[in-house]
Design a protein around this ligand. Structure first.
Ligand SMILES: Cc1ncc(COP(=O)(O)O)c(C=O)c1O
Length: 383
């Protein structure tokens, strides 16, 4: 069982930060290596040819360990989730009437690229919305998703947990059904990878895309993507020198090379070697691999379960445990609670959460405590 890890962060004592789904705080160790990495370029003669590749390879290996990827050559470094999704969209062909299946109120970075290719090919986006009633909401939502996968489905673009309220999607069965119909499964892991266990080996997605600044505890503008061998021969969305075969040989760069680096090596963003951000993300994922996502889930459950019980008792709806994550969940208010008053109370008490859709999104981590949740409940009770 993990113990509280707040001393590894710089969050002030008077702040209750329950908003990792918005943006995680840096670990002190990540901040430290970030400062050192910024300074490195004051002495550019110390940055060698190997520096362009060594850390990026380490980063890909560390990520592979986190999500059980067999071959780190299937990993690419991306600047954002939208970039990683655009790479997939750029490498699939659709037929007229094909369906791209997404869920209701999905994050826009995992929508716009699909709209674009759907328009180009006269295909369509099929949105599976959450049930209106709270009763059996998560279960019912998952059933509708599974029911919607058919021989018309070209791909399912989904996340492991819904970004606004933490509803868990049953990826195992979604994968089974997509395989039955030869449909691709593209997963946006931005709101789950790092905090919730996930295994590429087990789920076998066609792609897994993660921005790095939330549950990977990394800096903004760097993320990671896994592309299965389905995409091993595709085309990148930009043509940069480092993604070409033998780019390690700096002397031969103008012997223009028609071939790409193997597998996902072709999909790295230009200047993937980012000397500041890469060491920071490595450090962060090393820490996550030490903590282990399952233990992060268990920790979040332990500190929040009493509070959740109390919130349910005063009429709030929070999804059943089986259909929600522990690190990210939504609180839907009963009519008796005034949202504006509650917001004002949070602000007075320095409690940070998000307001997404009509849910209050609470997203704890190992720097939070039971006391943080007691403070949160008190605000509900006072309005
Ligand atoms: C589910 C999900 N995907 C992706 C992102 C970020 O997307 P991008 O990296 O394209 O800005 C977010 C940010 O909130 C998110 O919640």
């Amino acid at each position: 069982m993990l113990t509280n890890q707040k001393e590894l962060f710089r969050l002030p004592e008077n702040v209750t930060y329950l908003n990792g789904a918005y943006m995680s705080p840096f670990l002190k160790s990540v901040e430290e290596i970030g400062h050192a990495s910024v300074s490195k370029k004051c002495f550019p003669y110390e940055i060698t040819g190997d520096d362009f590749f060594e850390n990026t390879n380490r980063l890909k290996l560390e990520f592979s360990k986190l999500v059980a990827i067999d071959n780190a050559q299937n990993v690419a470094i991306i600047p954002s989730a939208s970039y990683g999704i655009a790479t997939v969209a750029n490498n699939i062909t659709l037929n007229t009437e094909d369906e791209i299946l997404v869920v209701g109120e999905q994050f826009p970075s995992n929508i716009y690229s699909w709209q674009k290719i759907a328009d180009q090919h006269n295909a369509r986006i099929r949105i599976i919305s959450a049930p209106i009633a709270f009763n059996r909401r998560g279960q019912g939502w998952n059933e509708s998703i599974l029911d919607a996968i058919s021989d018309k489905t070209a791909l399912v673009a989904i996340s492991h947990v819904h970004w606004a309220d933490g509803t868990l999607f049953d990826l195992k069965n979604i994968r089974k059904k997509t395989k039955m119909y030869n449909a691709l499964l593209i997963i946006d892991g931005t709101q789950s990878i790092g905090a919730l266990p996930f295994s590429v080996k087990e789920i076998q997605p066609d792609a897994l895309i993660c921005a790095g600044y939330k549950w990977l505890l990394g800096p903004y503008s760097i993320g990671l993507a896994y592309y299965s061998n389905t995409f091993a021969n595709g085309l990148p969305i930009e043509e940069n020198w480092i993604n070409r075969k033998n780019s390690e040989d700096f002397g031969g760069l103008v012997n223009y090379e028609p071939e790409y680096q193997p597998k996902a090596g072709r999909y790295n963003v230009g200047e993937m070697s980012n000397f500041t951000l890469t060491p920071m993300l490595i450090k962060a994922i090393e820490q996550l691999n030490t903590w282990q996502p399952q233990r992060i889930q268990d920790y979040c459950k332990t500190i929040s379960e009493k509070a959740i019980e109390k919130l349910r008792a005063i009429g709030c709806f929070i999804e059943e445990d089986k259909y929600r994550a522990q690190h990210l969940f939504g609180i839907y208010l009963p009519e008796t609670i005034n949202l504006d008053k509650l917001k004002a109370e949070f602000s007075k008490q320095n409690i940070y959460v998000s307001f997404r859709g009509n849910a209050i999104r609470v997203s704890p981590h190992v720097y939070n405590t039971k006391e943080d949740f007691e403070k949160l409940v008190k605000c509900f009770e006072s309005v």
